[in-house]
Design a binder for this molecule. Structure first.
Ligand code: 5GP
Ligand code: MG
Ligand code: MG
Length: 183
């Protein structure tokens, strides 16, 4: 391993890329069956959802379209405040559309809860959530999530789109980081 290999920073791999791909295929098949030929608009939340968005839609057989939002939590630090600033809004109209919000991870649920109220007010025919990961022990608010890749322990993970300080998104596996990475 050379010095540029970021996998040296990993402590523990929770999910390999193969496990992630297998689970995405299952979720994609479930969505295809549930929507039964309806066109679906996938709304991704930048930047974390980029990888799951790309893999999920290629595993699906339904007609899908995609759009993106970028949001930022108000307040300093790593703690979610639940008040969300919209940095990039949707390009498409949601009126009458079957919308699935695609997320990388749900932690407290505060960001997504805010976002769901916002999206619901735009008149979609239906509105559901698909998240690759969810931390049940960190939930501070109840969000009704129809499609979950994996429930995980309340640990900070990186990879498959998830970052630490905007790095590690390009890891194919999902893992925790060695403690020295943070110091
Ligand atoms: P929530 O409002 O649910 O607390 O915040 C969700 C957002 O926090 C995610 O979209 C993600 O950007 C970030 N986040 C929460 N948990 C983790 C984690 O374990 N790893 C990484 N990289 N980001 C996380
Ligand atoms: Mg996210
Ligand atoms: Mg992040």
């Amino acid at each position: 391993m050379d010095a540029s290999d970021i996998s040296q920073d990993l402590e523990h791999v929770l999910f390999t890329s193969d496990q992630i791909a297998d689970r995405i295929a299952e979720v994609a098949a479930q969505i295809d069956a549930d929507y039964d030929g309806k066109e679906i608009l996938l709304v991704g939340v930048l930047n974390g959802a980029v990888m799951v968005m790309a893999d999920l839609q290629r595993a699906m057989k339904s007609h899908v379209q995609m759009d993106w939002m970028a949001v930022s939590s108000y307040g300093a630090g790593t703690q979610s405040s639940g008040v969300v600033r919209i940095l990039k809004d949707l390009s498409q109209d949601l009126e009458g559309r079957h919308v699935i919000v695609v997320e990388d991870i749900i932690d407290t649920g505060l960001t997504l809860s805010y976002l769901m109220n916002y999206l619901a007010s735009r008149g979609p025919a239906s509105l559901e959530i698909m998240t690759m990961f969810r931390k049940p022990d960190a939930a501070q608010i109840d969000v009704d999530v129809k499609y979950v890749g994996f429930d995980i322990p309340n640990e900070f993970v990186v990879g498959f789109g998830l970052d630490y300080a905007e790095k590690y998104r390009n890891l194919r596996d999902v893992a925790t980081l060695k403690s020295e990475v943070y110091s």
